[in-house]
Design a protein around this ligand. Structure first.
Ligand code: ZN
Ligand code: ZN
Ligand code: ZN
Length: 161
């Protein structure tokens, strides 16, 4: 895995684009769904744009129509290819799941404008976080698959307002 000087994995440390498309096709197959042109275009847009609203996906690829994009996102979400990020506004934001990208990360969620920024932690911090969370979960006899920790606050544009 490629590492920056301070040990933070680069965004590019995950799978490459071909891997992502192959994994997406395989996940859809489990649900007897085909990797149609539209679904492929949506995945391609998310690969390029990161966390996006439907409007941003449509803006990125003008070959996509709103209704088919919405339907594609529903199927891709069911198949575990796409993850819907919870925000504080009405605009749903979507991104590829960590299983698909191979890139574990967290989010900064702006409660002002809804913007989402991907952030990574050094791997030793991730390990400590995992241990602490697993310990808390064990007290409730809860078996953890993975953690999801997002920060909610104000981005630099909204904090100045
Ligand atoms: Zn903001
Ligand atoms: Zn993300
Ligand atoms: Zn983490």
């Amino acid at each position: 895995m490629a590492l920056e000087g301070d040990g933070i994995p680069l965004l590019s440390a995950g799978f490459d684009d071909d891997d992502v498309h192959q994994l997406a096709a395989a996940k859809l197959q489990v649900f007897s769904q085909r990797y149609t042109r539209n679904r492929r275009l949506v995945v391609g847009a998310l690969l390029h744009c990161g966390p996006s609203t439907i409007a941003e996906i449509l803006n990125h690829d003008h070959a996509l129509a709103q209704s088919s994009t919405y339907r594609s996102l529903v199927v891709l979400e069911e198949a575990g290819v796409v993850h819907r990020i919870v925000t504080t506004d009405d605009h749903a934001r979507f991104e590829l799941t960590e299983e698909i990208t191979g890139h574990h990360h967290h989010h900064l969620v702006c409660r002002g404008c809804g913007a989402i920024t991907d952030v990574s932690l050094p791997s030793d911090v991730e390990r400590q976080l995992d241990q602490a969370l697993a310990e808390a979960a064990r007290r409730h006899r809860f078996t953890t698959d993975h953690h999801r920790v997002d920060l909610v606050g104000l981005c630099e544009n909204c904090v100045d307002r």
